[in-house]
Design a binder for this molecule. Structure first.
Ligand code: ADP
Ligand code: MG
Length: 276
């Protein structure tokens, strides 16, 4: 596998959109696996009580497993709960269990309730990591706020469908609020168009609208709708390993490569994007 550039400092990226089913988890998992397979050291933090990212990476997340809940609520170090993802060198996952469903309430009464994840990430030796990708639940509650306080980048997956832009205003306002009060470093750094169906005019219109609004924050790679992408999690795999030659896998690899070259000071070699 070719090596992609590695960032000078660990990039902590929150993958957020309060809508469910837009591809947050799929994006987190497939970008993480792609980056790891190309020489970056990556940690996925599963911050959704459903634990879908843990499932998709084949990581055990039954109720008794040490998880992100223990880091947030009990202050347990990330290093103690992170597990290696089988078959993917350089990839760690901090699983989420159903305990996390209660954390949103439990956190309310804790000190520094918005910065528990930030503390956990800071305590981790981030010289050992190039990326921390945080998979958020479909809400803008304290868990998502913790993610936005922990890092400086927000990645928003946007599904190319009719209601795609509805609710986005609320997400952007929340980013601004966190910026203003809790984390001045926070920026929307990346938008990824997901589940694109090139046969419909609507998908094209949504994509155009998103590009005209967000400009170069939008990755030029678009993720197509593909059955292989949706099958992979039930095998405890990313589509990158499940079916590496599929359109979904190639697109996620291209998207990850674009991300790796963002602000890297290096120019991405031309003619390598298979998904144009
Ligand atoms: P979220 O985390 O935002 O709720 P998911 O990543 O879980 O969204 O995706 C929602 C559903 O859509 C899942 O069943 C997933 O497998 C499926 N899916 C995601 N991306 C694609 C795609 N590109 N093509 C087909 N199905 C997809
Ligand atoms: Mg999800």
């Amino acid at each position: 596998q070719e090596e992609w550039p590695r960032p000078k400092a660990c990039r902590v990226m929150t993958v957020a959109n309060q809508k469910g089913g837009v591809g947050k988890t799929t994006t987190t998992v497939n970008l993480a696996v792609s980056l790891a397979l190309h020489g970056n050291r990556v940690m996925v933090v599963d911050l959704d009580p459903q634990g879908n990212a843990s499932t998709a990476l084949g990581v055990d997340h039954h109720a008794d497993v040490p998880s992100i809940y223990h880091c947030l609520v009990e202050g347990r170090p990330l290093a103690e709960v992170a597990v290696e993802v089988e078959g993917i060198p350089n990839l760690l996952c901090v699983p989420a269990t159903i305990d996390l469903a209660g954390a949103e309430i439990e956190l309310v009464s804790l000190v520094a309730r918005e910065s528990r994840l930030r503390r956990a990430c800071e305590a981790y030796d981030s010289d050992e990591l190039d990326y921390i990708l945080i998979d958020c639940p479909p809400s803008l509650g304290l868990l998502t706020v913790n993610a936005m306080v922990a890092g400086s980048e927000v990645l928003i997956p946007i599904q190319c469908e009719y209601y795609a832009l509805e609710g986005l205003g609320q997400l952007l306002r929340n980013v601004e609020l966190v910026q203003a009060h809790l984390n001045p470093e926070l920026q929307i750094s990346t938008i990824l168009l997901t589940m694109y169906d090139g046969r419909t005019r609507l998908a094209q219109q949504v994509a155009d609208e998103v590009r005209s609004h967000f400009g170069e924050l939008v990755l030029s790679t678009v993720i197509p709708r593909s059955v292989r992408v949706s099958e992979a999690p039930s095998y405890g795999q990313s589509v990158i390993t499940y079916d590496p030659g599929s359109t979904g896998a190639l697109a996620y690899k291209d998207a990850a490569k674009e991300m790796a070259y963002q602000n890297s000071g290096q120019v991405q070699p031309a003619g390598t994007e298979e998904n144009q």
